[in-house]
Design a protein around this ligand. Sequence first.
Ligand code: PMP
Length: 403
Amino acid sequence: SDFPILKRTVYGKPFIYLDNAATTQLPFTVIQAVSELYKDYNANVHRSLHYLNRKTTALLEGTREKIQKFINASNPYEIIFTRGTTESINMVAHGFKEVFIEPGDEIVVTEMEHHSNLIPWQQICKSKKALLKIIPFDDNGNLVMDVYEGMLSKKTKIVAITHVSNVLGTLNPIKKIIDLAHIKDIPVLVDAAQSIRHKIVDVAHLDCDFLCFSGHKMMAPSGIGVLYGKKRWLEKIPPLSYGGGMIESSTLYDAQFKALPYKFEAGTYNTGGIIGLKAAITYLEDIGFENIQAYESALMDYLIERLSSIKGLKFVGTPSQRIGVVSFVIEDIPSDDIAIILDQMGIAVRSGHHCAIPLLKHYNLDSCVRVSPAFYNTKEEIDTLIEALIKTSNISKNKGLKS
Ligand code: PMP
């Protein structure tokens, strides 16, 4: 009941939202915090000296500190506001391209990356004549760790890896991956887009060098995200964008940049997104991450058990540790047809390649259906989904639906 959008109907049917890996919905407190900002104290943060500006600036810097505590970083200046995971990753990739990557160097990613954590590194390798090394996964969706260990060398400049796969749901052994890289002094970037909401990210414990995530995957507005980086790395890499707010001094032909974090925050902030992100973290903390985890994990178990009973359904990956996501195909029914028929019944899931085409190729697939529940979903909704999937199979069989 905290989420206004979940009370709506779709095509006259109760709305069942099971596409939380794509984006999560916003509780009223978040919507209210954003609307209050624009109603009461909108200003261009860190620019003018008037009352509204001082108020929004304090709110923004307060959010930075809240995020610092949330991920257990040592310093607020290691928290950089971005547009989202994609921009955060591109910032690091650009910096490494400019400063560290030489021909013959190696960058390590996995076969299960979202395009956001694959294509930036792939393109750097192409333009710098470096080598992209890919950690494979087995058919269950678990990384082949032996191959990873053998891959790390003096040539490896960075390991960039997803914490949780947005298709398989695999929770990767990220601490082990980081520890192995650090033995050889190799920095590690963690794509936490799918894990951040589950509060399993503690950068002090993980000791990762970079962490990237998006607000819209944790009940905050879209267009806001975070790059966490260790000071020693952030100080060494140049920014991706230049402009207002990040300049200490300038002449027509040269400029000095501000210290962290502002060096990476050119241009006007997404203040609404930032305030919304703060309210979202507060909302999740108030429910309690342990409560959320316990509830969601039971719901996932129930979902997988119920899906297993559907004739012709094949899971895409059965990883040993899974969080938040399950993907599947049903024999002889195109995944888009499943998603479209479910939509007509008021149920939102995602079909397609999920921005991970190479991952799907592992299974010889172009498309699959993904269901990703959150703590606002219920067992009754899962039951409705299962009934709808059985109906979909029947419709498809009767009508010979094939495209
Ligand atoms: N990485 C992963 C694992 C994701 O699931 C996503 C979003 N689907 C992204 C990166 C990109 O996130 P954004 O579009 O918010 O930048």
